[in-house]
Design a protein around this ligand. Sequence first.
Ligand SMILES: [Zn+2]
Length: 226
Amino acid sequence: MLKFTPILLAVAYAFVMYRFSVWRTTQELNRLSSELADPILKHMTDRLAAALDLPRIRVHIYEIDPVNGLAAPDGRIFITRGFYRKFQSGEVNADELASVIAHELGHVALGHSRRRMIDFSGQNALRTALAMVLGRFIPFIGPWIAGALTSLLAARLSRSDEYEADEYAAALLTKAGIGTEPQKSLFRKLEKLTQARAGAAPAWLMSHPKTEERIGAIEKLEAKWG
Ligand SMILES: [Zn+2]
C-alpha cells in the first residue's frame, strides 16, 4: 500500500487540479460575459436551432480582445468581443460567424469541451502525475518522458477534435441552408490576418490545425455528400 501512496496522491492531485481549473474557468467566464443580443446573428442562430430541432441557441460574448470562439465545459458557447468587433466592422460576415458558432456547437455535441479542459488547464496536473509515476521507475528521464507524452497526447486529441468539430459544423451549416463556403472563407480571412500582422495570429487559428488542411478536409466532405 505504502508503495502506491505517491501514485494515488498524484492521481488525487490531478483530479483536484482538474476540478479547480473547471471552476476557475467558469468563474472567469461568468464574470466577463453576457448573452449576445444581435438581431442579425439571432437570425443565424435561429436557423441553426431549427436545423437541430432546438427552440434556440444561446451565444455569449466573452469580453476579451483576441479573436476566438470557445465551448465551455458546461456547454455554453462563447464568441470573444474581438471576434464580434470583426463582424461589426464587416471584416467577418454573419454566415462566417455562424460557422464559428456551428464549430463550437460541434465541440459541445461531441463531448470535447469537457476533455479540452484537461488539454488546456489540467495538462500540468497530468504531467505532474505522470512524472511522479514514471520518475519512480525511470529516474532522471522519467519526468522528461512524462512531459513529452503529455504534449503528444494533448496535440493528438485536440487535432482530431478540430476535424470532428469542422465536420459537424459542415453538416449543420449544410442542413441549415448556409452551406460550407463561409467555413472556408473564414479560414482564408483569418489566415490572411495572420500574414498581414506577423506573429499576431488569432487565437482561434493557433489552437487549430493548418488552414489548407482544414479546407481540404471540408472539400472532401463536400465531394462525399455531393
Ligand atoms: Zn475548435
